[in-house]
Design a protein around this ligand. Structure first.
Ligand code: ADP
Length: 456
């Protein structure tokens, strides 16, 4: 039997071997989801919501155990793993309230008809998710997909199969048979699921995989929501609060060992303040001790895999070879596991791979610019991605103007980019297709249908 070898990123040791779903079993799972779909769609929304809310309570009750599983499988600190479980589980009622609003029928009065606009589920949704937020990312798809009346076949990342299985089991316990099915495996299993008898693919992962999914889904004109990567810029103008900007640059370059789609990946600092900013960044980044995520005092766990660490190390080494200044880190310390230290680079140039390919590692990458609005906007937009951006300036008007000119889904001005709750999470340009979250995001799990009734 083929298995996933589930490794502990803090030691490289084998945690478990998880059977990979065979093609026959995958087709059977999709068929069960298909068979369950009509009855689930016809279940009153209130009952669907109540079942999912109960599942949310169970997830929150087990946050300690689930959080530990996350730390074992992908390495993040236990504190942030438990925080992820708690945050997403307790956020489920709010998501359900948004879904209720999203699918509320709307009335339109015409001269010849009374028309009502309802929203039908697509049918069977394939949910394919990454490992970096192994608990949160699946829920971003599973909750709106299920709450709107779709059934789901879920494939967690092959790097977090146990977290995926535990999450799905708790949800499925509250649902009728077949409403949520789970399959296990890597990209080949994901590709097979996309090509199977599903109506929609909800995907969070890399741009390259998103492109492959879009191509395959085109054969059935399947609906898509793709949340992909980014190369988020941060622009620091000369009049910015440098200490706060440096704090945010470090926090959001290093958080989750840099393995976040909306990490700060490129920092552009006005030349007149670059020296001061550099010093602040280095002194703050030094505090980010790495180690086993279960240890107290550790701010960064290991990277998820040897492969991921290798990609980061190659980008850093190339940049240094080509003239970037290494101010901190840059050298794994040889202990077992996939550790990579907090790293700060300065004088990074546009021609270097680290400035245009997603790094997905614990690196603060600094580049100096003239400090002008035009150059700041140009540099920020110098990427095919469009996920997030961060602007720091003492001039609120300039901040708002630059935010409007940057082509991205979310921009923070004098703060990190996350918006108030209820706003969607949007990958503009090549960072996504469709989007998740908020009333508008949830509606993408449905097709609008108008029913026109003749006036008597
Ligand atoms: P990351 O490595 O950042 O998680 P990937 O895009 O490689 O990004 O993986 C995200 C998810 O997509 C994982 O669950 C993975 O198994 C799955 N996947 C990888 N390749 C494919 C593919 N060709 N079709 C469908 N799913 C895939």
């Amino acid at each position: 039997m083929a298995t996933i070898r589930n490794l502990d990123p803090a030691t490289g040791e084998l945690l478990a071997e998880i059977p990979i779903t065979t093609p026959t079993d995958l087709d059977a799972a999709v068929a069960r989801a298909r068979a369950a779909q009509l009855a689930w769609a016809e279940t009153p929304p209130e009952e669907r919501f109540a079942r999912l809310a109960r599942a949310g309570e169970k997830l929150a009750e087990r946050k300690g155990q689930l959080g530990e599983l996350v730390t074992y499988e992908m390495g993040k600190t236990k504190r942030s793993a438990v925080g992820e479980v708690q945050g997403y589980a307790t956020g489920i009622p709010r998501m359900l309230a948004e879904v209720a609003e999203a699918i509320e029928p709307q009335s339109f009065e015409g001269t010849a008809s009374d028309t009502v606009l309802v929203r039908d589920p697509h049918g069977v949704v394939a949910a394919i998710t990454p490992w970096n937020f192994p608990f949160g990312m699946p829920l971003e798809i599973l909750i709106p997909a299920l709450a709107t009346g779709n059934t789901v076949v879920f494939k967690p990342s092959e790097l977090v199969p146990q977290t995926g299985a535990a999450l799905a089991e708790i949800l499925a316990d509250e649902l009728p048979a077949g409403v949520l099915e789970t399959v296990q495996g890597a990209g080949d299993v994901g590709a097979r699921l996309v090509a199977a008898d599903v109506d929609m693919v909800g995907f969070v992962g890399s741009r390259e995989t998103g492109m492959k999914i879009m191509e395959s889904a085109s054969r059935g004109l399947k609906r898509l929501v793709l949340e992909l990567g980014g190369k988020d810029p941060m622009i620091v103008f000369a009049d910015a609060d440098l200490d706060a900007a440096a704090e945010s640059a470090v926090q959001h370059s290093l958080r989750n060992t840099g393995q976040v789609c909306c990490s700060v990946e490129r920092v552009y600092v006005a030349d007149t303040v670059a020296d001061d900013f550099e010093k602040l960044v280095v002194s703050k980044a030094r505090e980010w001790k790495h180690g086993n995520g279960f240890q107290d005092g550790v701010k960064m766990g290991p990277m998820v895999s040897e492969e991921q660490r290798g990609k980061v190390a190659a980008q850093v080494d190339e940049a240094v070879r080509d003239g970037a200044r290494l101010l901190l880190g840059g050298e794994p310390d040889g202990r077992p596991g996939y550790f990579y230290p907090a790293t700060v680079l300065a004088d990074v140039e546009a021609s270097q791979r680290i400035s245009y390919e997603e790094t997905f590692g614990p690196v603060v990458s600094l580049t100096t610019f003239s400090g002008s609005e035009e150059e700041g906007v140009r540099l920020a937009n110098d990427t095919p991605y469009g996920l997030g951006a961060n602007v720091w300036t003492g001039d609120a008007e300039l901040g708002r103007r630059v935010a409007r000119r940057i082509r991205a889904g979310q921009v923070g001005v004098n703060r990190y980019l996350t918006g108030a709750s209820g706003t969607p999470w949007v990958g503009a340009r090549q960072s996504g297709f469709g989007f998740l979250g908020g009333v508008e995001g949830h509606r993408q799990f449905t097709t609008p249908k108008s029913i026109a009734v003749a006036k008597a």
